[in-house]
Design a protein around this ligand. Structure first.
Ligand code: NDP
Length: 271
């Protein structure tokens, strides 16, 4: 019987994770299955426990359950602890190990796939929700020249910055006027609603990267803004999705798949 994995979410029908992991398994010759599990909004733990009971070896966790998965895990990686969210569960004998691969996925996509260094660059992170929290520690690990957090609700950005020991500057969007950055990452959900945070002009330094964690929506308002403002490189979050999946695969199977052909196929399929 092949080893069983799953992605648990609500909704989950749109998830590309089964396709990505199936391609990773084919590529590396691993015998496994990977399915979608729709958990009721109040039924994450029951769904995960039932999957584990029927032999599940691990699961990815997506919206809105990453916080609950953090509570469900009995052992946590450092990066999951920093993110206070879990997107990768490994079911071991007596342990439920929780990790978070979102930040590592973002860093891999930016530095390897897009060839854009984060080290010694000025980085601006937009948003102060779960996605922003999840990538702060891995971004800091790259030792940027500075990391600035901007959010519509300033108090949330300030709280988040404080929870990381204050080495991060928290600003309102208006206070960004006159500042320039080499890497600007949109971790807000504004693109989901087709809107744009109120960003001042002149934000992008020469050669800057504009990165929207959102994917699958064509050119988002943020990426259109970045194009108009002359950002040299613009990217959506599809690469982050594939890279975080590769990190999960590595945790589960001890092998790192080649992400490039998988990302290429998803792009060709219009994702
Ligand atoms: P949350 O709901 O936790 O946070 C939403 C954030 O967006 C808050 O900071 C909120 O600001 C801000 N926001 C929402 N609407 C607007 C707006 N119109 N203008 C300005 N700011 C706005 O969401 P998540 O952090 O979980 O997710 C954010 C995005 O990241 C989603 O689009 C998600 O799809 C994407 N994502 C992509 C991943 C990938 O693999 N590519 C992985 C994880 C997430 P405020 O605090 O003021 O309300």
């Amino acid at each position: 019987m092949p080893d069983q994995y799953a992605v648990i979410g609500n909704p989950v029908a749109h998830s590309k994770s089964p396709q990505i992991h199936a391609e990773f398994a084919r590529q590396t010759g691993q015998d496994l299955t990977y399915e979608r599990l729709l958990a009721p909004i109040d039924g994450f733990t029951a769904t995960a426990a039932a999957f584990r009971a029927r032999g599940g070896r691990g699961a990815n966790v997506t919206l809105p359950f990453k916080g609950e998965a953090f509570g469900y895990a009995t052992s946590l990686s450092e990066r999951a602890r920093a993110a206070q969210a879990v997107n990768t569960l490994s079911f071991e004998d007596d342990t439920i190990f929780g990790d978070n691969t979102d930040g590592a996925g973002l860093v891999s996509d930016v530095t390897r796939n897009l060839g854009c260094a984060i080290a010694a660059r000025r980085v601006l992170l937009l948003g102060a929700g779960g996605a922003a929290r999840g990538v702060i520690e891995p971004l800091r690990g790259q030792q940027p020249a500075c990391l600035v957090l901007a959010n519509r609700t300033l108090a949330k950005a300030q709280q988040l910055a404080q929870s990381f020991g204050g080495a991060i500057e928290a600003l309102s969007y208006a206070a960004l006027a006159g500042r320039q950055f080499d890497v600007v990452i949109n971790a807000t959900s504004a693109s989901l609603a087709g809107s744009l945070p109120p960003l001042p002009p002149g934000l992008f330094a020469e050669g800057a990267l504009a990165y929207d964690m959102m994917y699958g929506k064509g050119e988002t308002p943020f990426l259109a803004f970045a194009r108009g403002e002359g950002a040299a490189t613009r990217a959506d979050g599809l690469g982050m999705l594939v890279e975080q999946a590769a990190e999960s695969f590595l945790i589960w199977r001890g092998l790192r798949p080649d992400t490039a052909p998988v990302l290429k196929r998803l792009r060709q399929a219009g994702a």
